[in-house]
Structure formats: structure tokens, C-alpha cells
Ligand binder design. Structure first.
Ligand code: FAD
Length: 336
């Protein structure tokens, strides 16, 4: 069975990886000439190490702790022995997968409706003849109001390679970050604000020599239910980004795992996905963001809860390792 996968990000490549060696013969079509070109802070939380290879050379550092700031004041400085996640060289990580898969670069896929049916072509006019097509093209075709802008500077500012920093503000639904990387650090911000506001806010955090400034939009809406029903989307294209944190690499890989398992075990993807912890936790975070947008909770209260509450609970909620009782502990019943 021929499977065409549109987009060689974490979702598309991991789906091809999970189908490798099965009756599903996957070809990944990538619009760009290489993997990992999309702006990203390269933070990969623990939880997918057993699913696909994260080679030593693609790990820049292991994250062992985090600092949380509210309105530029340090609130929590948490460090332990346990590895919470990694700063990875994302292009290298993706490249190691891509070189062991069938990936066609410079192959932008476009859709055409023909005779009531969706058909897929490469931009050069070549038709994709596959038994099934899975779309993992990230945020690119999501409605603009389902995404927020995120920008970052890549600098030579050296920080502790084992610590990630998060900066919350009482007037921003979003946050800024400083993540270590191989050159120094990535200093970024994302949220419900225009680029000028985000740039201005970030200017106070940017240190060192700036090598690059870039940005992209990122989903913060939660699962795209209509797309889920169509059973042909994975990754950010399906909305698998944690709305409170913008974490999209690990959830996108997890969505592809559920997709591949459903195919291989002949199960219904919608049913499997909806009963997953991934679905519950992304939708719970989306509900919190929606509650703030609808003014059920103020931005300053959300920022306060995320920064001043027990960091263990906040951490569980941030990484999507929570149940209803954790949500109630943090937010009370009113929002849920
Ligand atoms: C500034 C910023 C920082 C971020 N930092 C982090 C972080 O530290 N950790 C984290 O977990 N997440 C982070 N994210 C989110 C994360 O980058 C994404 O959610 C994640 O990469 C989604 O994976 P994906 O495979 O679904 O989509 P993508 O990584 O977006 O991959 C989609 C691929 O599809 C290709 N494509 C698009 N259209 C077509 C087409 N028509 N034909 C063929 N190919 C196509 C694109 O070129 C791309 O390669 C960040 C996002 C931003 C914007």
C-alpha cells in the first residue's frame, strides 16, 4: 500500500518511521530542500526516546531544570537530577530519520478538487499516485486565528546548558523563553500580541551577539476537530501543539504514533486519538486559553497561577502529564 506523506517535519518523518518495514510503503514529500528549516527553539521534552532514535550527536544538552519569572522577577528556580527533556539539534535529528526513509525534497504538494475528489500534485504538475495521503504540513494551512506569532533571536549569549527559562507577564497571553543551544541561546517570545509588542517585550531579554532573527506562527487552538474526522492529518496540521506552552515536537510525534498504530492494528484513528492522554491534555490546555480569551479568567490571574503555584503541578500541566484532579488543584472548578 503506497502512502504519501506531505511535509518532512517531526510529524511526517516519524509517521514514515513508524510505518517503515510494514505493508505501508511511505514516501515523504517536502517542499523545502532540507529538513528542520522552520524556526523552532529545539526543546524536546522526554517521552519519545523509546519510539524513535534520538542519536547522541543530535543532543545539544539535557534539560535538568527550569526557571520561571513573572514580570521579570524570578519566582522558581527548580533543578533536579532527572532529565526533563533535551535541547536537540532539530535539523540533525530529523536528518538522521530522513536519510533512512524515502524523502523527496523540493517537492511542494498542492491539492486540486477533481470530480468531487481531492487529488494531490507536485508543483511541476506530476500527479501523486498513492493509495492514501497523510498531511503533516504543520501550521501552514491552519486558519490564522488558530495560531499565534512566535519570534526568536539566536545569540551567542551563554546560559546554563541544563536550564530553560520562561518569562510570564501579567499583560501577555503567552510567554518569552531563553533556551540554551550550541552557539549560546535562543531567546524568543510568542503570544496574543502583534509583532511590535512581542519585539519590544523581548528587547529587554536579548543579550549577546545576535546571529539570526526569525519567526513563524504556531498553533495554539487545540485539536482541529474537522481535520480529525477526515483522518488524514497528523502533527501541528491536526493541532497537536500544547496551547499553554507551544510545545509541538513531542506531541506531533505522538500523534503520528497513534496514527501508525491505528493503521497497523486496523483500528479507528478518531476513536484511538480521542481516547488518548494526548487529546485530553491538549484540549484541556486549549480550554484554559479559550477561557482567558473569553475573559472567564484574566491574563494576570493565569500568569499568577502558572508562576506562583506548586511548580510540580505546573510542570505536570505544562508537559501534558496531568489528569482532571491536577487541573482542579491549579485552576479550581470554575474554568473547567
Ligand atoms: C519560534 C518557534 C519556536 C518553537 N519552539 C519549540 C520548541 O522548542 N519545542 C517544541 O516542541 N516545539 C516548538 N515549536 C513548535 C514546533 O516547531 C512545531 O509544532 C513542530 O515542528 C510541528 O511539527 P510538524 O511536523 O507537525 O510540522 P512542521 O515542523 O511545521 O513541519 C511541516 C513540514 O511540512 C512542509 N510543508 C508545508 N507545506 C508543504 C507542502 N504543501 N508540500 C510539501 N511540504 C510542505 C514544511 O516545509 C515543513 O518542513 C516552536 C515553534 C515556533 C514558531
Amino acid at each position: 500500500m503506497e502512502v504519501a506523506i506531505v511535509g518532512a517535519g517531526p510529524a511526517g518523518l516519524s509517521l514514515a518511521w513508524f510505518l517503515k518495514g510494514t505493508k505501508y510503503n511511505a514516501t515523504v514529500y517536502e517542499a523545502l530542500d532540507d529538513v528542520g528549516k522552520k524556526p523552532c527553539a529545539w526543546g524536546l521534552m522526554s517521552g519519545v526516546e523509546s519510539l524513535l532514535p534520538i542519536t547522541k550527536d543530535s543532543i545539544i544538552s539535557e534539560i535538568k531544570g527550569f526557571r520561571i519569572y513573572l514580570n521579570d522577577k524570578l519566582i522558581h528556580d527548580v533543578r533536579g537530577k532527572q532529565t526533563l527533556g533535551y535541547i536537540i539539534n532539530k535539523p540533525l535529528f530529523l536528518n538522521h530519520l530522513a536519510e533512512r526513509l524515502n524523502v523527496k525534497f523540493n517537492s511542494k504538494v498542492i491539492r486540486k478538487r477533481e470530480g468531487g475528489k481531492e487529488e494531490y500534485y507536485l508543483v511541476n504538475g506530476e500527479k501523486i499516485n498513492a493509495d492514501m495521503v497523510v498531511i503533516s504540513n504543520g501550521h501552514y494551512e491552519l486558519p490564522k486565528d488558530h495560531t499565534i506569532p512566535a519570534i526568536q533571536y539566536i545569540t551567542d549569549y551563554k546560559i546554563d546548558p541544563e536550564i530553560v527559562e520562561f518569562y510570564f507577564y501579567s499583560d501577555l497571553l503567552g510567554y518569552a523563553w531563553i533556551f540554551p543551544d550550541d552557539k549560546g541561546s535562543k531567546i524568543g517570545i510568542g503570544g496574543y500580541a502583534d509583532i511590535n509588542f512581542l519585539k519590544e517585550r523581548l528587547s529587554k531579554l536579548v543579550k549577546g551577539k545576535v546571529f539570526t532573527f526569525h519567526g513563524a506562527r504556531v498553533s495554539d487552538y487545540g485539536i482541529e476537530e474537522q481535520r480529525l474526522k477526515e483522518k488524514k492529518y497528523v502533527g501541528e496540521a491536526l493541532g497537536t501543539v500544547y496551547p499553554l506552552t507551544g510545545e509541538g515536537i513531542r506531541p506531533s510525534i505522538l500523534s503520528s504514533k497513534i496514527y501508525a498504530d491505528s493503521l497497523l492494528e486496523d483500528k479507528d484513528f478518531v476513536k484511538e486519538f480521542k481516547s488518548s492522554k494526548l487529546y485530553f491534555t491538549i484540549q484541556a490546555q486549549a480550554k484554559i486559553i479559550d477561557g482567558v480569551k473569553k475573559k472567564i479568567m484574566s491574563i494576570s490571574l493565569l500568569s499568577k497561577l502558572l508562576t506562583k503555584s506548586d511548580p510540580d503541578i505546573v510542570y505536570k500541566i505544562a508537559i501534558g502529564d496531568f489528569g482532571m484532579s491536577d487541573l482542579i488543584k491549579l485552576f479550581g472548578r470554575s474554568l473547567l
